[in-house]
Design a protein around this ligand. Structure first.
Ligand code: AMP
Length: 143
């Protein structure tokens, strides 16, 4: 299973923010949309960073709620691990486990084209298991 198959099912819309926005706006957007991270993009949809709920929590724990007035670029992760559409789900699971993060932006020709979360990965693996299980059951029934 590849990243492009996940994107074909879940869609390619990604909620993004910009480096000069505030953490308060990020927190609001994460809450409104019920998501865990925003990709920080530039004018050409290039990925400049990622800011997740963890970054917001860390900033507030260190600085109190004054951190919410800081700009995104101060707290985002700038060295983002991205994947291409041809990447496999297994390689993505490995990246998430090794890097201890739950979101991977999908980039093609330097532009953001989707986002895969750990929830998407688990969902796709579950579907695969179910298909495999059904195939085994069918095989046993007809053997
Ligand atoms: P998450 O588990 O996605 O909430 O993110 C945990 C931490 O890893 C936060 O500091 C994020 O900014 C960072 N992070 C999230 N996704 C990525 C990624 N794809 N590459 C690098 N860092 C990331």
């Amino acid at each position: 299973m590849t990243v492009s198959r996940i994107l074909a099912k879940k869609g390619r819309d990604v909620i993004t923010t910009e480096p000069h926005r505030t953490l308060r706006e990020v927190a609001q957007l994460l809450s409104d949309k019920g998501i865990g991270a925003l990709v920080v993009t530039g004018s050409d949809r290039e990925v400049l960073g990622i800011v997740s709920e963890r970054d917001v929590v860390r900033a507030v724990a260190r600085q109190g709620d004054a951190a919410l007035d800081d700009i995104v670029s101060k707290h985002m992760t700038a060295r983002v691990v991205t994947a291409s559409e041809t990447a496999t789900i297994n390689s993505m699971m490995r990246q998430m486990t090794t890097g201890r993060f739950r979101h991977v932006p999908v980039v093609e020709e330097g532009r953001l084209v989707g986002l895969v979360s750990i929830g998407d990965v688990v969902k796709s693996r579950l579907e695969e298991f179910e298909v495999e299980q059904q195939a085994l059951k069918d095989y046993i029934a007809t053997a």
